[in-house]
Design a protein around this ligand. Structure first.
Ligand code: 16G
Ligand code: ZN
Length: 534
């Protein structure tokens, strides 16, 4: 049975503040760091249980991503490196509701153990990592002690990016077939694949120096490590590395995307290529300053187009395109022109799913090559086992031409650069750089693949946002009645117009999105839709 004494000690040390409610959402538990210690006890226990049930290592990542330094949070990672299964979010929420009474809590836990068919002393292993926030080590230590109270082994990775922990958990459970689970194993896999891809590609374009805004977060120190290894190929300069500015303050991928402007702390004249990552290095955005001194942004949609172009081209060269199902997964926020370009110019099918990484990732599993990005810069590519074996067959088939085998080899190297478990700014950065060089593209050429339709996003405060229910991947409303008819009516007046409204999953507001042929029309349409919603 359960270690009541250890649990009681933890509850006394980190009591639950009266009247607090916290829900496990798309970002796990996230709030002001000083309100979090008590929830870390519950998460530590849940991680231990999850590990015992799955008979595998699970992860607990302490981070609040792009949020300010004073916030923090925790997210669990399932054995295959994916996000916690949705059914378990219920247990997380139940545990969060329970007060500190040791009897009530241990009754609940004993019931849960019965239901899950596990014993307190079954084997369990939990991998923990955290970002650079000051509050992180304490919160991690609570998760650790709570899991240990249930006889669980801890792998403490300390400072890591979120995607590095996802990778480590996957590798550990895959017995090394995905890579070695240490940080050295991670960098070795990515950097070796990057070098191989460069070395095998004839006529590859020289890499232009890249300036990176590291959001004053964990990514800075990890990129610094990689910078050394790759110095022979690419010159990387790291800014906002945490030595001066504050985490995510006027910098980072979220800031750049939200305000559509360059971050502080980076010289804007010296480089032809810039990128921003976020506080836990799972998002990436590129930008540059054009000839007219205008700030130009390359967001998630652009990565989808770039990655899918490269992969489709290599599949054609390897004569695999007809046996392989490649697809791009977007949300309603993807610019209409990107969707149009993918479908009509590239002839790559596009699926649309509701907002949230788990929906994109899940849908991507339907393809041999599933490319997904949210407009905010979070995304990756996943490759099916069949695709991997088809690549291998081409490589081993002596009847295949040199060109076909080269293309297959390039895809194989590319797969090893990508972090298939989750969006990874470092992996996506290497993938982007190498594709640009192989395709001889600069950022302007990449941006010119298609022109975005002007768009506008608005937040609308309403009495009860749950009044609005959506369907068709959030592109149409089903309640309240007539709302969709009104939107359709408005949209029909704007050529190439599109608009939708959806309740936010993270804030108590409704979001309005509109796009049209001119900025004026997009602003207009958004405004009119807002009036209907209010
Ligand atoms: C969460 C999601 C993110 C999504 C955002 C939308 C994950 C890990 N994160 O941050 O993908 O873009 O919510 O927020 O799934 P909203 O519902 O407030 O628009
Ligand atoms: Zn993040």
């Amino acid at each position: 049975h359960i270690a009541k004494e250890k649990l009681a000690t933890l509850l006394m040390e980190y009591p639950k503040p009266a009247g607090i409610v916290m829900g496990y959402g798309t970002a796990g538990f996230r709030a002001r760091a000083d309100t979090l210690p008590w929830i870390m006890i519950r998460i530590g226990i849940l991680a231990a249980f999850r590990s015992k049930v799955k008979r595998a290592c699970v992860g607990a990542m302490i981070t609040a991503s792009h949020n300010p330094e004073y916030d923090n949070g925790v997210k669990l990672i399932d054995p295959y490196g994916e996000m916690l299964e949705q059914a378990w979010e219920v247990y997380a929420n139940n545990l969060s509701v329970l007060d500190d009474d040791i009897h009530i809590l241990s009754d609940y836990l004993e019931n849960l153990m019965n239901q899950l068919n596990i014993q307190a002393n079954d084997e369990g292993i939990v991998a923990i990592a955290y970002d650079t926030r000051q509050s992180s080590p304490l919160l991690a230590s609570i998760v650790k002690r709570a899991a240990q109270a249930f006889y669980t082994t801890i792998m403490d990775f300390e400072l890591m990016t979120t995607p590095q922990l996802h990778y480590a958990v996957r590798c550990y459970n895959d017995n090394g077939t995905y890579g070695h689970y240490t940080e050295a194993g991670y960098f070795d896999k990515l950097c070796t694949a990057f070098q191989n891809l460069i070395e095998m590609t004839p006529n590859i374009q020289r890499f232009e120096p890249l300036a990176i805004d590291a959001a004053n977060g964990i990514g800075a120190m990890k990129l610094a490590y990689m910078r050394q290894t790759l110095a022979k190929y690419i010159h990387i300069e790291i800014f906002n590395d945490g030595t001066r500015g504050h985490l995510n303050e006027k910098c980072g991928a979220d800031y750049v995307k939200l305000y559509q402007k360059a971050p502080d702390g980076i010289p804007l004249t010296n480089y032809s290529k810039y990128c921003s990552i976020d506080g836990d290095a799972d998002r990436l955005i590129y930008f540059f300053i054009d000839k007219n001194k205008q700030f130009r942004l390359l967001d998630g949609d652009r990565f989808s187009v770039l990655f899918a172009s490269f992969l489709a081209m290599k599949l054609k060269e390897a004569k695999l395109i007809d046996d392989v199902k490649i697809g791009v997964i977007q949300t309603a926020y993807a610019n209409g022109r990107s969707t149009d370009y993918l479908i009509n110019k590239m002839h790559v099918p596009v699926a649309c799913v509701p907002t949230g990484v788990k929906h994109l990732h899940h849908k991507a599993l339907d393809y041999d090559i599933g490319v997904y990005f949210e407009a905010n810069g979070h995304g990756t590519v996943i490759f099916s086992a069949e695709l991997k074996s088809k690549i291998k067959m081409v490589l081993e088939d002596p009847k295949r031409t040199v060109e076909e085998r080269l293309a297959a080899n390039q895809i194989r190297a590319f797969i090893n650069i990508i972090n298939e478990t989750v969006g990874d700014a470092i992996a996506d950065l290497l993938a982007t750089e190498v594709i640009l060089s192989i395709l001889h593209l600069n950022l302007e050429g990449w941006l010119n693949l298609y022109d975005d339709l002007p768009q506008r996003q608005l937040k609308v405060a309403v009495r009860d946002r749950t009044m609005i229910q959506t369907t068709d991947a959030e592109r149409r409303c089903i309640t309240p009645p007539h709302l969709q008819d009104c939107i359709d009516e408005l949209v029909s007046k704007y050529p190439s117009g599109r608009a939708f409204v959806r309740p936010s999953g993270t804030e108590d507001i409704v979001r309005v999105y509109a796009e049209a042929l001119t900025q004026q029309e997009a602003d207009d349409l958004a405004d009119k839709v807002r009036l209907v919603v209010e």
